[in-house]
Write a protein that binds this ligand. Structure first.
Ligand SMILES: Nc1nc2c(ncn2[C@@H]2O[C@H](COP(=O)(O)OP(=O)(O)OP(=O)(O)O)[C@@H](O)[C@H]2O)c(=O)[nH]1
Length: 299
C-alpha cells in the first residue's frame, strides 16, 4: 500500500518546509516518495523545494478541492505508475482540508492507497491573533486545525513559553484527537506521522462560505525595474494585514540577479540567487486589486 499524507495549513505557515523534511527522511528510510503540489497561482515557486529525482505532479491555478477529484485522481494514478511508496500532497493554504481528503479518496485505486490523514501546520503567532482575520478566513484556518490527524504548532521560536502553552491549549480544545507538537521550521520525524490516527469521519464539516467562495485571491506581477531593498521593505510594512503571502524573485538594486523573496505574516526572507530567475512576484490575500508593487509596471 502507498501511504498518502495531506499537508495542510494556512498560507505561509511552513508546509513547504515540512514537505522538504519529509522527502529527505523518506529517502533515508529507503522509500520512494512522490509529491502532488497544489498552488493557487499560475507558477509553482515551491516546486524548487522538491529535488529532480522525486516524481512531482502539479495542480496549478486553482485549489485541489475546486478543480475536482478527476485531476487529482489522474495525478495519483501516474504517481502509482512510477511505483512510489509514499505520497505527500501539499495543498494550497486556501484549501479546505476535508474537501482535499475527499478528492484523494478515489474509488479507482482505493485498494492501493492508505490515506493516513491530514497533517496541519499552524503558525503559532497567526493562531494567537486569529481574531483579527475576516470571519471566512478565520473559519478556514480553524477548520484546518479541527480536521487534522496531526498538528504542528510551527514557528514556535517566535513564541514565548506562555504563548506556546496558550496556543497548545486552544488548539487542543479545537481538536482533542490530534497530537500537537511544537516545531521550528516544521521539523518532525516522519515516523511520528506514520503512527497518526485518522480523524473519525463523524467530525462535522462546516461547508458554508469555504472553498470557491473564499475571498482569497492571487496576483502575479512582473518587475520592470530593480527596487531598493529598504524602500521595498518600507512598502511591505505599509501593506494591509490581508496580504497574507508574497513569494517570487525580486530584482534588487546592486544585485546581478533577482533574489528569492518570501513574505509571510510580517516576516520577510531574502535569499540571493546565482542564476537569472524570472522577476515575478505572486501575492496572495484579500482585496489585492488596489495594491501597486514598487518596480512593477502598471498592470
Ligand atoms: N521563524 C520561523 N520561520 C519559519 C518557520 N517555518 C517556516 N518559516 C518561514 O516562513 C516562510 C513560509 O514557509 P513555507 O514553508 O514556504 O510555508 P508554506 O506554508 O509552504 O507557504 P505557502 O506555500 O505560501 O502556503 C518561509 O520564509 C520560511 O523560512 C519557523 O519555524 N520559524
Amino acid at each position: 500500500m502507498t501511504e498518502v499524507y495531506i499537508l495542510s495549513g494556512f498560507l505561509g505557515s511552513g508546509k513547504t518546509s515540512l514537505l522538504a523534511g519529509l522527502i529527505r527522511q523518506a529517502k533515508e528510510m529507503g522509500l520512494k516518495p512522490g509529491v502532488i503540489m497544489n498552488e493557487l497561482g499560475e507558477l509553482a515557486f515551491d516546486s524548487d523545494a522538491v529535488e529532480d529525482d522525486v516524481p512531482l505532479k502539479e495542480i496549478l491555478n486553482g485549489c485541489i478541492c475546486c478543480t475536482g477529484a478527476e485531476k487529482t485522481e489522474s495525478q495519483m494514478q501516474s504517481l502509482l505508475h512510477e511505483n512510489v511508496d509514499i505520497i505527500f500532497i501539499e495543498t494550497t493554504g486556501a484549501a479546505h482540508p476535508v474537501e482535499v481528503l475527499d478528492a484523494v479518496h478515489s474509488p479507482l485505486f482505493g485498494d492501493q492507497l492508505a490515506v493516513k490523514g491530514i497533517v496541519t501546520v499552524a503558525d503559532g503567532r497567526r493562531y494567537l491573533s486569529a481574531d483579527g482575520m475576516s470571519p471566512q478566513v478565520r473559519m478556514l484556518f480553524l477548520e484546518q486545525i479541527r480536521h487534522a490527524g496531526f498538528i504542528l504548532l510551527n514557528k514556535s521560536d517566535l513564541l514565548t513559553d506562555s504563548e506556546k502553552s496558550e496556543a497548545v491549549m486552544g488548539i487542543q480544545s479545537l481538536n482533542p484527537v490530534a497530537q500537537i507538537v511544537e516545531t521550528v521550521n516544521s521539523k518532525i520525524p516522519l515516523a511520528a506521522l506514520r503512527g497518526m490516527e485518522q480523524q473519525p469521519s463523524t467530525t462535522p464539516v462546516r461547508q458554508a462560505g469555504i472553498g470557491s467562495h473564499l475571498p482569497i485571491g492571487t496576483q502575479l506581477v512582473t518587475f520592470t525595474e530593480p527596487v531598493d531593498r529598504d524602500a521595498f521593505e518600507d512598502w511591505i510594512r505599509s501593506l494591509p494585514e490581508t496580504v497574507y503571502r508574497m513569494k517570487g524573485y525580486v530584482p534588487l538594486k546592486g544585485s546581478k540577479y533577482p533574489s528569492l523573496f518570501q513574505y509571510a505574516y510580517g516576516m520577510v526572507q531574502w535569499i540571493p540567487e546565482y542564476m537569472n530567475m524570472p522577476a515575478n512576484l505572486v501575492l496572495i490575500g484579500e482585496g489585492l486589486s488596489g495594491i501597486h508593487v514598487p518596480g512593477a509596471g502598471d498592470e
